[in-house]
Design a binder for this molecule. Structure first.
Ligand code: ZN
Ligand code: ZN
Length: 160
């Protein structure tokens, strides 16, 4: 069995990553392994970016405690249809994760911040500058989410 990064044989210490197996040290060097949590990072953007889910979890909790103004910032700085699309996405995600829609927005922001190596404030600026949530939620995903959302609303109001 060969290491994905150094192509040398792997004997004892192995870890599973998207592409196969690697030495832990090689994966750490390649930025694909979180030393703090001792887990492989998760792939994003079709395996071009990587981030540790547990680091993201921690940052979401911290952000919830420290700064809850992110959603308000987006509400004030995005065109209304874009903000509404964001909140529909957050509502659908929240049904799956059993959390508040606001937390889903924070999680989306923190996740992008991690895999692009930016600060959350930079991600917010990026979205406001683009006047679009496409960087956070790709259009094809928005379509899928909107289908789910219509389904949810139909359940909520069966007599409408
Ligand atoms: Zn290696
Ligand atoms: Zn981590």
């Amino acid at each position: 069995m060969k290491c994905f990064f150094c192509h040398r044989d792997i004997e004892s210490v192995v870890m599973v990553i998207f592409e196969g197996f690697a030495h832990k040290t090689c994966a750490i060097k390649a930025g694909r392994y979180c030393e703090k949590h001792d887990v492989p990072k998760t792939s994003f953007q079709e395996n071009t970016c990587h981030a540790c889910i547990r680091c993201i979890d921690e940052d979401v909790v911290n952000l919830e405690l420290q700064d809850r103004s992110c959603v308000k910032f987006l509400e004030e700085n995005l065109p209304r249809p874009e903000f509404n699309a964001l909140m529909r996405w957050a509502e659908v995600i929240s049904r799956i994760t059993h959390s508040e829609p606001e937390t889903s927005v924070l999680r989306g922001l923190v996740t992008r911040a991690h895999y692009t190596n930016k600060k959350v404030s930079e991600v917010l600026t990026e979205l406001a500058f683009a006047q679009s949530i496409t960087k956070l939620i790709p259009p094809d995903l928005q379509e899928i989410v909107d289908d789910h959302y219509r389904g949810l609303m139909a359940l909520k109001a069966p007599f409408n």
